[in-house]
Design a protein around this ligand. Sequence first.
Ligand code: FAD
Length: 669
Amino acid sequence: MRYPCILTLTVAHSLAPSNNQLQGLRAAIVGGGASGLLLAHRLLDAGCTVKIFEGRADPRGSDALEGRAYALGLGLRGRTAIRSCDEGLWQSVKGAGFGSDRFTIHLPFGAIDLRKPDPSREPSVLIYQTALCGALLDELERRHASDRLRMIFERKVEDVDPLTGAVDGDGETFDLVAGCDGVNSATRGAIAKRCPGFDVERVELPGSLKVVRLSSMPEPLAPDAVHLVPGKGGLAAFLEPTKDGACALLSWRPGGDADPGTITDADAARLLLADSFALIGAAFNTTAVGDQFVRQNSSRAATIRCNAYTYGRVALLGDAAHSTGGASGQGCNSALQDAAALADALLETGGDVAGALERYGNERVPEGHALLDLSVGPKGALRRARFGLSAVASSLLSKFGIGEPPLQTLLTTSLEPFADIRRRRDSTFGKFPSAEDFAQMRAKATAPMAPRDGRKTVRYARNPWDPPAPEAYYEVRFSPPRGFTYEALGSTAAKAEAGVTTTHRCSSLMEANALARRVLSRMPTLAIATFKVTSDSVRLLDAAARAPVAEAEDVWVGDFTDVVATAAAGAASPVGGGDNRAADDRQAVWDDMLQDLAEREAAEARTDVDEQWSAYLRSLQVTREIDAVAIGGENGPAPCPLCNGKGVRVMFGKESKCEWCDGQGYVKL
Ligand SMILES: Cc1cc2nc3c(=O)[nH]c(=O)nc-3n(C[C@H](O)[C@H](O)[C@H](O)COP(=O)(O)OP(=O)(O)OC[C@H]3O[C@@H](n4cnc5c(N)ncnc54)[C@H](O)[C@@H]3O)c2cc1C
């Protein structure tokens, strides 16, 4: 692992208003992109302590051509989310971008304006991702005092424990971990690893892209508009005006004869681009453009759909939960909305993280699913054709003030929930799940073991992770006439109160007798009762005996008075003393106790998932193995990593045989 660069942001005093409603809440934010940084603002404003882990260098000081190079359009949704912090923050972001609301597509027969500025509404702001993050970071630095904000750059998080809130196994735990780490989220991977019902659909979008920064919008394009310019050989240029020039996003379908992504010579690159775009070729025919083009790796965009956005103490936000791969220009806008929604939920629940995550999931999962549907369009040729036609029709009709504005405009310029917009398109897309359907889906996703839908399944006589069921245990009870200190189980000093019945549960008769002897050594006249407790009986072992009980299987192993004395004095309990045999026996008793203690601790440390999984298996009441392939467990083959042993995968709501394991639920070696 690389050594992280830790920058503790220091300012003399906090400038931000703070209502301290969430004071004491400790949050880790994995990923310092748009969603992570806005969430940090909101949480710090509310009094939280925030630690941000960002895999890359500070965007303000680095050559940001890779990854964060393209310009984003922030519409009403993103704007409103940033304003949920305050107007000042939005003004800082806006100042780093360029306002534009014109969108022109250039077709062989001429240019068409798909969207024109409307004086009654604020234009979208086009801004480089680096500039957006830079503005949010500048304001974080300016507003928040160092003791509650820690920002760690160049620290790529590898694992998160959703149940304890630990990040990368560091000793520190957090009340909330926000997975804002983008399309390849490690936080999402951590949930997938631990939560069997959690499903992620990832679809790599066709096409590769690179970004070129230009000093101005190429002639003859209008300098204040976004332009889509199709080129030769499947190349397309998406040009956006920015604060100090223009951003050209070049995309193509790879794999052709002359895949632009394989070009390594800057001159060859500039010539190819100049030749491919007749309208704006001159702007690309420069050494600077060729250099930028070959210096970058081509990117592939991917969509992400998850069946839950929360698990344990973790919430997924933005692309980590629902990437659209840039398809609708709403990814960043909705990522910012996620951040605002999570902060709102925490405030509404007064910092009850579990309650807040429930609210957040209820609100944001349908939104993420709807946005993805609306971004990638419906499935099937017929539905796609209808979708295309309705887009054209609404575009034409809206010019005459009839019907809804075109989908893209509606997404960018309204705050209507994506789910409502999607539901109105059920006839084109198919039925969108109801709120109850989503709630059920989320519950099933985060249940310890998703029901396996009657398929080949793991059948155990008992859960292999369950600790062995105790056949019997022993209870030692006494009620002393006066208080005294004695050595109890696990070498701990205990105090018996006068007149109070003290009960100890021991796992073996030997342990019970050893305990009784130690107690008697402190008060020889005491009456001690030892009971044997089984699942169907409680037996007083020898009512007449004070201790040890008759037929005990143990032997006297020595006197523990020295231990009690030192333990009572607060010192560690030594083992030893007496002849060698007694010392050995004492050691054996000690070892047994320590073993019991370790087992008890292990049983207590079992996670909720283990418990619920055990309950689930118990609910099956399976008492013998059936004649089927047992997947998982100690001897069975490992569940298929793609479908997690289900044999099927659900893609866009449709169930299909898992292509990885061919429906077996496991991969044959
Ligand atoms: C070509 C293209 C054009 C787009 N245009 C638009 C647009 O016009 N409008 C719009 O709204 N959206 C657009 N999008 C989508 C938008 O870029 C994303 O949806 C948005 O950036 C998501 O924000 P985020 O905060 O969720 O994640 P990101 O912006 O991806 O930030 C994630 C951060 O996490 C860090 N990180 C990743 N892994 C780790 C780790 N393991 N540990 C620590 N840090 C980590 C990364 O370095 C990064 O800084 C476009 C996307 C593409 C591909």
